[in-house]
Structures are given as C-alpha cells and as structure tokens.
Write a protein that binds this ligand. Structure first.
Ligand SMILES: NC(=O)C1=CN([C@@H]2O[C@H](COP(=O)(O)OP(=O)(O)OC[C@H]3O[C@@H](n4cnc5c(N)ncnc54)[C@H](O)[C@@H]3O)[C@@H](O)[C@H]2O)C=CC1
Ligand SMILES: O=C(O)[C@@H]1CCC=N1
Length: 264
C-alpha cells in the first residue's frame, strides 16, 4: 500500500501517474486537509481518503507531498504511528532526509525526491537521494514508483537543492520564456492565438530535437543561426541584456531559497 500524504498538485499528479502505470486504486491511499478535496480525489481516482495517522499505520510506503512549511507539523503528527520497516519518500523542496529522520522513529529509511509537474504527462524529471538509513532496495522502490511518470536520476543529497532549482522549477522558466515570446509576437502585431501556437510548436520541436538528436544544444542553436541572418540579430540583444548571466543568477537564487526552506 502506498499513501500520499498531502495530495495537492504534486501529490495528485503522482497519484494519477501511478494509476496510469497500472497500479490498482485499492493499493493507494491519500490524505488531504479539506474534505471537498478528498471527495474530489475519491471520485476522480477511486482511491481511499484517510487520515494521516491511518496512512502512517497502514501504508508500506509513505509519500510526503506537503509544502516544506507544513512538513514539520505533518511529521510530528505521524511520528508516533509509523511502524519500523516503512519507507518514507519526501517530495518537498529544501527538506533534508535528516530533517525527516530526526522527527520520525529511529532508523526509518528516507528517500528524498525532487520531481516536477510534467509528472502529469509522464515526462517528469525526478532526482532521488538516499538518507542515511536508506539503501539500494529503498532507492529501487522509489525508482519503481517514479519511473513510470518520467526519468529518474540518482544524485548525492548535497546536490538536491541545485536539482530543485534546475529541474524542479525548470518547467516554470520555459513557460516564462514562452510567455515573453508570445508578448513579442503581440508587439510585432501577431494575433495572440497564432503567436501562442507558433511559440508552443517551436518549443515542442526544439525539445524533441534536444532529446532525440543527441546533438549538443550549442550545435542545434548554431544550425539555426545563419551568418548575417535574423537569429544572430536576436542573440546580440540577448547577450547585450545579460540573459545568460540572469539565468545563472536566477537558478542560483532558487537553489539558495531551497536551502532556506527547511528553516521555514
Ligand atoms: N509544484 C511544483 O512544481 C513542485 C512542487 N514540489 C514540492 O511538492 C510539495 C507539494 O507542492 P504542491 O503540490 O505544489 O503544493 P500543494 O499546496 O498543491 O499541495 C500540498 C497539499 O498538502 C495539503 N496539506 C498540507 N498539510 C497537510 C496535512 N497536515 N495533512 C494533509 N494534507 C495536508 C494541502 O492542503 C495541499 O493540498 C512541496 O513540498 C513542493 O516543494 C516539488 C517539485 C515541483
Ligand atoms: O517553487 C517551489 O518551491 C516548488 C519546488 C520546485 C518547484 N516548485
């Protein structure tokens, strides 16, 4: 039995992915804060909605999907009820495995995961790290849970905040760029719907080439950038405005914010 504690956006996305991957609703339970949310999840997926304590007592794998700020309270609530031998998977940004371990009974294995919203379309990037009581079998269980909804990579926990900044938040940066490009289309007099279609399809085409061609992004960009042409005129402006430096600083700021989150 797998329990998802705090089935909000990420928890629901994982729940739906795990069901798409073929697990039966009877193998899954979820916890929520609001009753209407529970009714909706029960109706949508046929899973059991239970209390945190019931989930802690029953499930062999506990997936903690609350906001980092709510993690301390959730752990305090379930700590007296988690039997030994259970696997705890934390999906929260910034929360370390030792933060979780310190609040739960001794020796419980904890795996830290940073996934992203493309879980919803089975294209997630999930990075996992083992806490000090978790071993190969626990990482394998986490991989089993997450690989049907996308790619899974093992990394040292010291890089988890960087991964949060890169791939956890990553989709937001691409959406932001799409928004900005659509605005540029509007500036140039393009109807909004047409601009959106052009930008989205360009993004999809670029993403598929990045994934499937095996070419380095620099080579792919160079292939678009004709001598004396249009693309280089745009790139000159991006360089002039320090876009590359802005990206470096933005992602570093996201990493630093992740480091602060466990402290509330
Ligand atoms: N949204 C994103 O793109 C990503 C989020 N994350 C992480 O996933 C976690 C969840 O994020 P979201 O799903 O975006 O947030 P969310 O706010 O949609 O979901 C959290 C849910 O937990 C519920 N909750 C809070 N305390 C509870 C408790 N004591 N018992 C039961 N339910 C409780 C809330 O009512 C809410 O529905 C966060 O820790 C975040 O850092 C990780 C990767 C990406
Ligand atoms: O913004 C956040 O804090 C979460 C973690 C990674 C993506 N969203």
């Amino acid at each position: 039995m797998i329990a998802i504690l705090g089935a909000g956006k990420m928890g629901e996305a994982l729940l739906s992915g795990v069901l798409r991957a073929g697990r039966r609703p009877a193998e899954l339970m979820a916890t929520v804060r609001r009753e209407e949310r529970g009714a909706l999840l029960r109706e949508r997926y046929g899973v059991q909605i239970v209390t945190n304590v019931e989930a802690a007592r029953t499930a062999s794998t506990l997936v903690l999907a609350v906001k980092p700020q709510d993690m301390g309270a959730l752990l305090d609530e379930i700590a007296p009820h988690v039997p030994s031998g259970r696997l705890v998977i934390s999906m929260a940004a910034g929360i370390t495995t030792s933060f979780v371990q310190d609040r739960l009974p001794a020796d419980l294995p904890v795996v830290r995961v940073m996934s992203n919203t493309p879980v919803l379309v089975d294209e997630a990037m999930s990075v996992i790290s083992a806490g000090s009581h978790a071993g190969e079998e626990h990482l394998k269980l986490a991989e089993e849970l997450l690989s049907p909804v996308g790619k899974v990579l093992r990394i040292p926990e010291s890089l988890q905040d960087a991964a949060t900044a890169l791939s956890g938040s990553g989709p937001a940066y691409f959406y932001y760029l799409v928004e900005a490009m659509v605005d540029a289309g509007i500036l140039l007099g393009m109807p909004r719907a047409a601009a959106l279609e052009m930008v989205i399809q360009s993004a999809v085409g670029a993403a598929v080439m990045l994934r499937d061609s095996g070419e380095h992004p620099v080579l792919l960009r160079e292939a678009v950038t004709s001598p004396g042409g249009t693309t280089i005129a745009a790139i000159r402006e991006l360089e002039k405005h320090g876009v590359r430096a802005a990206v470096l600083e933005a992602i570093e700021a996201a990493r630093d914010r992740g480091r602060e989150l466990a402290g509330g």
